[in-house]
Each structure stands twice: as C-alpha cells, then as structure tokens.
Ligand binder design. Structure first.
Ligand code: AMP
Ligand code: TRP
Length: 343
C-alpha cells in the first residue's frame, strides 16, 4: 500500500454558534467526529465570524460561542486529539479570506444558493453575507484539509472552495489542497419530531415539539418524543415511505445511539406493544445518552478557568498550523510579513 493512502485524513468542519446544539447536530455530525478522532486529524472552528454576517446580539454571541465549545467538549471532542478553537481568535482566517476575496470573481458568489435565499429575506444585504463562502474557503484551505463533512446545503460552498483554491494555484503556483465535501448518508439525518419530512434544525427551535436540544431536561425530552408524529400502521420497522417517516425517524435515532444494525433494532422492538412502547424506549436511550453530556457541559460552564484554558489550547494549536500557512500565501502574492526591511 503506498504511504499516501495510510495518511490520516485532515478533516475540517466549522460550526456556527447560533442557538443551542440539537440532537440532529449531535447524532448527524458531532458523534461521528468524536468516533473518528483517533483515525483522523480534526480541525473544528466555532465560526463566530460567520455568525456576524447576520445581526447578532453582541452579549449573546460570545456567551453562545463559549457555550458551544463547552458542549462540543462535553459531547466527547477531546482537546488532546482534535483542534477545537474559536475562529475569530485565529486572525489568519480573516487575512486569508481577504487575499482570496481578491482572486474570487463576484459572479461566483452571487450564484450561491444560500446567499440568494438569505439575501431575499433581508432589507439590507451586507457585503459579509456575499463573501461568507470566501471566509469558509479560508477556514478550510488554511489547514490543507482534504475532507469537509457538511450537510447537503453546504456542498456548494465546498465546491466553490475547490474553485477558489484552483484559481489561486493557477495564478500563484501550487499552494492549496483541493478539499472534498463529505455528505453523511441519509440515515444520519434526524428529522423534526413534529414533522418528520423536514430536517431537525435549530432554525425551528421556537416550534414546540420540533427539536430536542442537548440541554433539554429529561421530562422535556420525554414529552417531545411522546408527542412526536407517527402513523396509524402500528408497525415498528424501518421504512422509506413518506407516511411512515415518523416511526422511521424514531428508529433511526435509536439506531445511531445504540450503534445496532437495522435487524437488531427491529428485533429489539419485537415484543413492543405499539408506538407508546417505541416512544418510551427511544426516550430512554436518548436521555441516557444526553444526561452525562449535560452534566459535563454544566461542569465546564461553571469552571471558567478550565474552559478558558482549553479554548486557549485549541487557539494556540490552530495558530501553529494556520500562521505559517498564511506566511506562505502572503509571500506568494508579494506580502512579506517576516521581512525586517519592511519595518
Ligand atoms: P448546522 O446546525 O445546520 O450548522 O449543522 C451543523 C452540522 O450538523 C452539519 O454537519 C449538519 O449536517 C449537521 N446537522 C444539522 N442538523 C442535522 C440533522 N437534523 N440531522 C443530521 N445532521 C444534522
Ligand atoms: N457555513 C457553515 C454552516 O453554516 C459553517 C462553516 C464555516 C463551515 N466554515 C466552515 C463548515 C468550514 C465546514 C467547513 O454550516
């Protein structure tokens, strides 16, 4: 086997500090990063600079940023194994984004679906909203990441990142690795409890019974699952049929948490008496998965020294990679930060 194929993949994935993390983020994304920490090199920026492309309450933003770091650690992201940090603390991201802004045609950005959608709902559109994907490209390219796990909605931005990297490489010579978007399998999608045809999302957090927040108490989790939409078939099995999406979703949640196969999961419910039983067993596994995470989260939030130390450690590890990479890029375009004659 050639050496290159044994090389650890370098994964980068940004996560926005808006709203509490929900079960979908955890089961669809974070849990996989945790499981792969030993076989991959993970970079996980909490992308606060992306958050300010839309209006934020300044006091809330920092609280949410720190809260997300604590939650990710509580979920099992190990600061000794993964580089978990705050994007705005590593200024190389913003500098590289500026450089890439200067080689990226504006037409490429105007074509982005997410930009068009977000811009539609706003009276005044900031330049930041338009160049958002360039900052995302900087996040990825500055670590030479080769894989970017994202949801379907972010795939276009990763493809744009490749175009941005390729263009820069063509102009200034080989500099950036071209990253691949890795979209998780459909089975990894957690759907809304109130409407199993849409993805569980923080954006609907205000809708009662839609999502399970990782900070919900056990009673709330039980209530949300008990109220979740099912069907009238009264048959507990996986299914792709639209009208059975609710039961399929509950089984999917149970499966990701227990790590069992489809057959094993269905067998577990052979003796179940109807959807009431299904819901209470799913609640039980969700609660026992979330309880220790919540406990660790609160310990960290109440120990700001420990959390502060872990954040500094992540920031420093990120800078160790990002700063020299930025120097290489700057030199290629004719900006010499380390040249004494420049003053
Ligand atoms: P977001 O909160 O949309 O920025 O998503 C952060 C990460 O969580 C991305 O990798 C998403 O693909 C993943 N994610 C968000 N919601 C879900 C969901 N309902 N099911 C599975 N994965 C999700
Ligand atoms: N745009 C991503 C989202 O909204 C967040 C993000 C920022 C990101 N930088 C990234 C994701 C780099 C992956 C890689 O979900």
């Amino acid at each position: 086997m050639p050496a290159a194929s044994i090389k650890k993949s370098r994964i980068l994935t940004g996560i926005q500090p808006s709203g509490d993390m929900q079960l979908g983020n955890y089961l669809g994304a974070v849990k996989h990063w945790v499981m792969n920490q030993d076989v991959q090199t993970n970079f996980i920026p909490v992308v606060d600079l992306h958050s300010i492309t839309v209006k934020q309450d300044p006091r809330e933003l920092y609280r949410q940023t720190v809260s997300l770091v604590a939650m990710l650690i509580a979920c099992g992201i190990d600061p000794d194994k993964s580089t978990l940090f705050i994007q705005s603390h590593v200024s190389a991201h913003a500098v590289l984004a500026w450089v890439l802004n200067c080689t990226t045609p504006v037409g490429w950005l105007e074509r982005m679906i997410q930009y068009k959608e977000k811009a539609q709902n706003q009276e005044r559109v900031s330049t930041g909203l338009l160049t958002y994907p360039v900052l995302m490209a900087a996040d990825i390219l500055i670590y030479d990441a080769d894989e970017v796990p994202v949801g379907e909605d972010q795939k276009q931005h990763v493809e744009l990142t490749r175009d941005i990297a390729e263009r820069f490489n063509n102009i200034y010579g080989e500099t950036f690795v071209l990253p691949e978007a890795v979209v998780p399998k459909v089975g990894a999608r957690v759907m809304g409890l109130d409407n199993p045809l849409i993805k569980m999302s923080k954006s609907y957090a205000h809708v009662r019974g839609h999502a399970i927040s990782m900070l919900d108490d056990s009673k709330e989790i039980e209530r949300s699952i008990k109220r979740s939409v099912t069907d009238s078939y009264n048959e507990i099995r996986f299914s792709n049929e639209k009208e059975r999406a609710g039961v399929n979703n509950l089984l999917g949640i149970y499966q990701v948490i227990t790590g069992k196969t489809v057959d094993e999961v269905e067998n577990d419910f052979n003796d179940a008496r109807g959807y009431g039983d299904l819901k209470s067993r799913v609640s039980d596994v969700v609660i026992s998965e979330i309880e220790p995470i919540k406990k660790r989260y609160h310990e960290l939030i109440n120990n700001s020294d420990e959390l502060g130390r872990l954040i500094q450690k992540g920031d420093a590890a990120a800078k160790q990679y990002a700063d020299p990479k930025l120097d290489i890029v700057l030199e290629k375009v004719g900006l010499h930060r380390n040249d004494n004659t420049g003053g």
